[in-house]
Design a protein around this ligand. Structure first.
Ligand SMILES: Cc1cc2nc3c(=O)[nH]c(=O)nc-3n(C[C@H](O)[C@H](O)[C@H](O)COP(=O)(O)O)c2cc1C
Length: 344
């Protein structure tokens, strides 16, 4: 009898298929469908740092308007109470944050009651400043884990790679201080010393690294001559980039690895597991084929394991990781030379 169970960040998953954060994980009805189709876990749609800031600023402006009106009537009294006003600003700021979050928190706690698979909440962030408070609230709302989608495009010509890396490390460190639930970092591949940075991040106390975030894909419309975005959904060939880094980093980092991007079917899922991933995340394929794809992928995984006489995921996980390859770059160079010398 085949057993598809796996663990990820200390969570027990009945199988390695995790539905990644997207617009499809933003409603209770969809979460119920995801669970019913058999997914191992689900990551909720992210709440954004900017969303919170926007809400904070809006409330501050509204409250500022009221203050002006009140000052017209009670000028002296208001002026004498400047200190109180500063306190009020602090209060409004935290209220605004609480308020914005409260919708998300309600969603998290309702989701927790509605499904019986691990629930991973998500925050999309770019700085470690002034929002880590939310992580604690998300934990209290019932999330089993928290994923931090760190959106950092190193496009600022005045910032060094080291500064960018420091920022991500600080995000990890400051959130971990806030919560007891496991925290994962979802990162991009835009680090100059990618392997080294991933090892450093994995040693901050995070429990999972999601490799990789899929950045916004820019394009140009040559008719309107405007910048646009394109390829919102991934293409199945994109799994190879993730595969390389899962294989290189598996066994070398101090946390679990979960593969993300371009995984659309059971074959690419198996490849990521063989490279050493604890589980995989899938998102685009559900936009294309619906949640039925969950049961199809799991049925195909089971058939493949039966054919190969594997009882457990651990029988083949990591079999093709590069943990024993001391210098993966040199190894890859030889493979590359072999391949190209055959072709030309
Ligand atoms: C429409 C859409 C919305 C997404 N929203 C989020 C989000 O809120 N937070 C997040 O971390 N990732 C988000 N993602 C990224 C996915 O979780 C995933 O990392 C990416 O699509 C690559 O995986 P895939 O190839 O399986 O789609 C979104 C993706 C899509 C297509």
């Amino acid at each position: 009898m085949v057993n598809l169970s796996t663990s990820y960040m200390g969570l027990q998953l009945k199988n390695p298929l995790v539905v990644g954060s997207s617009g499809l994980t933003n409603s209770i009805s969809e979460l119920k469908e995801i669970a019913a189709k058999g997914a191992g876990a689900v990551v909720l749609k992210s709440i954004f740092e900017e969303q919170i800031r926007h809400e904070t600023e809006r409330l501050l402006k509204e409250e500022g308007g009221k203050m002006e009106a009140m000052q017209k009537g009670f000028g002296d009294i208001m002026n004498s109470r400047a200190y109180d006003y500063a306190e009020a600003l602090n209060y409004i700021e935290s209220f605004a944050k609480e308020h914005t979050l409260s919708d998300y928190l309600k969603f998290v706690s309702e989701a927790k009651k509605s499904i019986d698979i691990p629930l991973i909440a998500s925050i999309n962030c770019a700085t470690p400043y002034d929002w880590t408070y939310f992580a604690r609230r998300i934990e209290s709302a019932g999330a089993d884990a928290l994923e931090l989608n760190v959106y950092l495009l190193p496009a600022d010509i005045d910032r060094t790679g080291a500064q960018n890396e420091r920022m991500v490390l600080e995000i990890a460190e400051s959130v971990i201080k806030q919560v007891n639930i496991p925290v994962a970092l979802k990162v991009s591949y835009y680090f100059s010393g990618l392997a080294n940075t991933m090892v450093e991040l994995s040693n901050t106390g995070i429990k999972g690294l999601v490799l990789f975030n899929r950045p916004y894909q820019p394009d140009i419309n040559i008719d309107t001559m405007e910048l646009t975005s394109t390829h919102i959904l991934s293409n199945p060939v994109e799994y190879a980039l993730t595969l390389r880094w899962i294989a290189i980093l598996s066994g070398k980092v101090g946390c679990d690895l979960i593969a993300s991007t371009g995984i659309h079917d059971y074959e690419s899922m198996i490849k990521q597991l063989m490279a050493g991933a604890q589980a995989v995340q899938m998102a685009s394929v559900f936009y294309k084929n619906g949640f039925d794809q969950i049961s199809h992928v799991l049925a195909d995984l089971q058939k493949w394991m039966e054919k190969k006489n594997f009882e457990n995921i651990s029988d083949f996980r990591g079999k093709l990781s590069q943990v024993n390859v001391k210098n993966p770059a040199a190894y890859e160079r030889v493979q590359f030379m072999k391949l190209y010398s055959k072709i030309v």
